[in-house]
Design a protein around this ligand. Sequence first.
Ligand code: SF4
Length: 232
Amino acid sequence: MPEDPVHELRELVDSLSDWLRYQRRLGWRGVSGQRPSPPQDREKPFEPSLEEIRAEMGDCRRCKLYGGRTHLVFGDGPSDARLMFVGEAPGADEDRQGVPFVGAAGQLLNKMLTNLGLRREEVYIANILKSRPPGNRDPEADEIAACLPFLEKQIKAIRPRVIVTLGRISTQALLGTKEPLTRLRGHWQRYDNIRVMPTFHPSYLLRAPQERRKTWDDMQQVMEYLTGHEEA
Ligand code: SF4
C-alpha cells in the first residue's frame, strides 16, 4: 500500500527542522554566512525636513537683500520630487506672491513641463537666492554665500534624481565653477552624486526664442534618464 503523502511531507519537514537546529548550534547563520544588512535608509544621516529648513530661515536677514523683499521665496513642490529645477532669484511677481517662477518665465517653464508630459505639482522649484535683488540685478557673491547653504539643505532633504539648473548663475553657483554656461549646457554634471543638467533660463528663452530647441533637447536627456530610472 502506498505511503500517505501528507505523512511523508510532515516527516520531511521534521527532518529538515532538526537539521537546521543542528546547523545553528554549529554557528551557521544563513546561506550567505552573514547577518542580513540593515535597510539602507537607517544608515542615512539625519537630514532636516523642508519645514525645518524653512523654520530655520525664519525672517532671514543673513544678507542685505532682506530689506527690499516682500516675501521670502523658499521653494515650491513636493518633498519627494524626482526632478528639481534651480533658478537664480525671485523677480517682481515671485516677490509679490512668495512663489518661484510665477511670472512670464514661469509661464514658459510651465508650458515646457506640459509639453514634456509633466505637471508642475510633481517637480520642485527653488532659487539660489530666496529674496529678490533690487531691479532684478545679478546676485552678488556675498548674497550667494549667505543663501546657498539653504538650497543645499533643500536638495539634501529632497534627494531628487535630477536637478536642472536654469541659467548661468544658478549653474555656476551650484556646481562651484566659473565655466561658461555655453560649455556646460546640455552635458551631464554632478552635484553631491546627483545628476545635474544645466540649461538656459526661461527668461533668456523669452528674449531668444531661437534657443528654445536647445533647452528642449536638454530636457529630452533628462526625461530619458528619469524614464530609465522609474523605480526611485
Ligand atoms: S537672499 Fe537668502 S540669505 Fe539673503 S536675506 Fe534673503 S533669504 Fe536671507
